[in-house]
Ligand binder design. Sequence first.
Ligand code: NAP
Length: 547
Amino acid sequence: MTGQVDALVVGGGFAGMYAVYRFRQLGLKVKVLEAGTDVGGTWYWNRYPGARCDVPSLEYSYGFSPELEQSWDWPEVFSAQEDILRYANHVADRFYLRRDMQFNTRIVSVEWQEDADCWRLTSEAGEVFEAPFCVMATGCLSVPMKPDISGAQDFRGEVYHTGTWPKEPVDLTGKRVGIIGTGSSGVQAIPELARQAGHLTVFQRTPVYTIPANRKRMRAAVQQEFRDHYREIREMQQHNTGGVSNFRPSRSVQRPAGATRDASRFPNRLLDLDPGQRDALMQAQSLGALLAFRDIYTDIEANDIANELYREAVRRMVDDPVTAERLLPRNYGLGCKRQVLDRDYYETFNRANVTLVDLGETPIGTITPSGIQIGSQHHDLDVLIYATGFDAMTGALLRANIRGRGGYELKEKWAGGPVAYLGLQMSGFPNLFTVTGPGSPSVLCNMLVAIEQHVNWIGDCITYLRSTSQATIEPLPQSEESWVEHVNSVAEGTMYTTPSCNSWYLGANIPGKPRIFMPYVGGFPRYRERCEMETSSGYPGFVIGQD
Ligand code: NAP
C-alpha cells in the first residue's frame, strides 16, 4: 500500500485533473489513479480520425485560472481532439498535476472499510490504495460498447473501436474498411475514413440527424474579446441551462466583412412559418437553422415538420436516390438524441469508394474471418471499426465493483437504474463522490463547467467535514428518492423521453440496461442552486457521522 492521502480520485481526465488542482488548494493530499498512460480522459482515448468537440473551445475550457485563459490559443472555434489533448497536457504541465497522478493503474475494486472509515481501492495489478474519501471521476462516456455479434472473435483483419483508438498511426491506405455505427463518433469518422481508405463500407442501423459543424479557424480578434470578458463569460455560464455563455463578440469583430446571417428575419416558432417561408429558410440556411426553433423540442407537430424539412434537405445533398432514402431518419425526431455535428457527412456518400449498407433492412448475420455476412451478401473487409458507443453514465461506476457499507454492491443498488442524490453521492456509500454522476446535468451541460462545479462542491464538503471533525457523509435515503423522482419528472414530456426515442441517455443502447433518463434536464442553474443550498444550510439532505 502506498502513502496515505486524504482523497483518492479515479480518472485522470478533466475532472481528475481539476480535482488535483482544487484539492491541493484546499490543503488536501490527493492522488489520482488513471488507467491510461497520461492525462486527458475522453480526449486521450477517442483519437479516431475526425474526432472533435461539439462545444466551442473558448467555452469548453477551464475557468479556474485567469492566467491560463489569457495564455492559451485555440486554433479553431470547435477544436479537434489533438488540440484539446494538447490543452490537457499544457494544464497538467503548467500546474504540475502529474506529481499527484499515477498512470497505467486501472482500478478494479472500490471497497468501504467499515472499521477504518476509509475506502480501499485495488488496481488490476493488485496494488492497494486507501483514503477516507474517494472521488469517482470516471467520465460519462468512458466504457466502450462493443455489440455481441456472432463470429466477431474470428475476424482476421484489424479491429478498432473509436472509443479506444490506438496512439500509433493507423494506415488505412488502399484497405477495405468497414465501420459499424452512425452516432456522433461514426459520423465524424466516416468522412475522414473515406478519404484514407481504399473502400469504406458503412453499416448503418439507425439513420442520424446531423448538422454541419462550424469549421472556422479562430480569429485573433474573437479570442481577444473573449479574453477581455472572461470573468463575465464564466459568470454567464453559471446562469445558462447548458453551461455555455453564448457570449457574442461585438459586431466589429463578430464577422468578417461581407459575411451575412439572416436567421433573424424568420419567426421564433417553426409553426409560425408558412410553407413558403420554410422553403426559403431551407434554401438560405444550413440544416442547423432548424435547431433554432424552440417549438421543435416541445411540440410534436413542429417536430414532425422539422423532421420532414430535414429529410428533404438530405435528399438534395445525396446524389443516389436509393442511398439518400436509406440515410433518412424516420422513426424518431430531432431533439431525442444528442445532436450530432459533422463535416461532409452526406457528401461522403457521393464518393465512388463509399457504400452504405442499411441494417434496418437486414441486420448483421455474422462476422466472418474476412468480413461481414448480411443475408446472402458477404462484405469483404481488411479493417473493422466499431463506432458503437458507450455504456454511458453508469458503465464506469458499475465496472469499478464498488461496495459500500456491509458489502452492499452498487450493482445491486442500481439494478433498477441509477439512484443517487444530485448525481454526487449514494446512500450506503459514505464519503464516495461521483463527478457528473447520473442525476446531474453532466452530458446536457458544458462538461468543463459541470466538472468544476462538482469538484468545488466535493472539495468544500470534505473541507467542512474536516473542519468540524466529522468523519463521514452520505445522502439520506429520502433525499435520493425524491431527487430521482424529480429528475424523472422534469424529463417527462420532453423529446428525450418520447417512446420512439432510443438513446444512450436512456440506456437504450445497452441490451438489458434499465430504461431510465439518466442526466438532469432541469438546467444547470437550477441544479447548481440546489447544490449550493445543501452547502449553505449545513447539508440537510445528508447524514453526517462523527469521528
Ligand atoms: P452512439 O451515439 O451510441 O452511436 C452508436 C452507433 O452504433 C449508433 O448508430 C448505433 O445504432 C450503432 N450500433 C450500436 N450497436 C449496433 C449493432 N449491434 N449493430 C449495428 N449498429 C449498432 O455512440 P457515439 O457515436 O460514440 O456517441 C456517443 C456520445 O459520445 C455522443 O452522443 C456524444 O455525446 C459523445 N461524442 C461527442 C462527440 C463530439 O463532441 N462531437 C464526438 C463523439 C462522441 P442505433 O442508433 O441503432 O443503436
